[in-house]
Design a binder for this molecule. Structure first.
Ligand SMILES: [Zn+2]
Length: 316
């Protein structure tokens, strides 16, 4: 039976799209997480797609994450049309990086784009590099070009509830972490949180040296952990549980501690990274085989923060 279903899908793809493979043209696995809540999950290690969450509401769909490019967004919209006939009512950017915003220009004009004011300001600043991990993960980063930017229509600065007869959805701005102005999504009464790139499931979290805050990231994950989440949905990979969330938080706590130890030991500034990263635990917390690997950038970000803090407190 399983083999028969598999063959049917291949035949359907061949009929619809000629010689192109199914995987290229139907890049998402669709996980039904709650009634009317679907995770369009990108393939593991995808260089061009991310997860998007879709919540069906009475008046239309709320889509969280626009995909990294208009092309990926068009594929997402086609995949969404196979599970719901409702129009996209809202598109939420969790943050300003391309992995969350790059596909927005492919969404219908009628969709209302929601984001935090900080996300709006980052997108409006044309000098700000928002390529983030998307360009670095691309098959050919040198050939990668930034997609058109779309500014949000509706800005939120505090918790915002979208209430209808199906689910009570809450949009929650965080104090900091992966990127300033990050917004996560909670579905009330279900212990359900969409957290996007606030959690890395591949042990290779991307930090933006200039704009990420590792300490704030830890604080945000602590706050989230205290809410007793049951289902946590990241930008990549399947939904995770609270223990996995805490393990990820602990990896960031460890980075902060390693960098702090280097300063306490009086290590020269240009040796701090190698000192902090010289531990067998590094390979336990992070995937050192990842390509590209963002682990050094994570430590650089923590070092930058520690340096700024010590300067502020006049600690030598
Ligand atoms: Zn990002």
């Amino acid at each position: 039976m399983i083999r028969f279903v598999g063959v049917s899908i291949v035949l359907l793809c061949a009929t619809l799209i000629g010689t192109a493979s199914c995987a290229e043209n139907q890049p998402f696995v669709v996980d039904t997480l709650l009634d009317g809540v679907w995770l369009f999950r990108a393939p593991e290690h995808s260089t061009s797609h991310t997860n998007s969450l879709v919540i069906e509401r009475e008046a239309g769909l709320l889509v969280v994450e626009a995909q990294p490019s208009p092309e990926a967004a068009r594929q997402l919209l086609r995949a969404i049309a196979a599970v719901s006939t409702k129009p996209v009512q809202y598109l939420l950017f969790t943050h300003a990086h391309v992995e969350s915003t790059g596909g927005a220009s492919a969404f219908p004009e009628s969709a209302l784009v929601i984001a935090s004011a900080l996300t709006h300001d980052a997108l409006a600043d044309e000098t700000r590099d928002l390529s983030g991990e998307t360009r670095l993960r691309a098959t050919d980063p040198d050939a990668w070009t930034a997609p058109p930017r779309v500014l949000p229509d509706m800005l939120i600065s505090s918790g915002t509830r979208l209430v209808d007869g199906k689910h009570i959805v809450e949009l929650l701005p965080l104090a900091g972490g992966h990127y300033p102005g990050f917004v996560i999504v909670r579905i009330e009464a279900e212990g359900f949180y969409y957290v996007g790139s606030m959690v890395s499931t591949d042990r290779n979290p991307f930090a933006d040296v200039e704009h990420s805050g590792i300490r704030a990231w830890v604080n945000s994950l602590n706050s989230l952990s205290l809410r007793r989440p049951e289902t946590i949905v990241p930008l990549r990979g399947e939904a995770i549980d609270a223990d996995t969330l805490r393990r990820f938080r602990d990896s960031l706590v460890w980075v902060v501690g390693q960098v702090e130890n280097a300063f306490i030991e009086g290590i020269d500034a240009d040796e701090v990274l190698s000192f902090a990263m010289d531990s067998p635990s590094l390979g336990e917390y992070f995937n050192l085989e990842a390509d590209p690997s963002f682990v050094t950038t994570l430590f650089e970000t923590a070092r930058g923060e520690a340096t700024a803090q010590r300067r502020k407190r006049r600690i030598p």
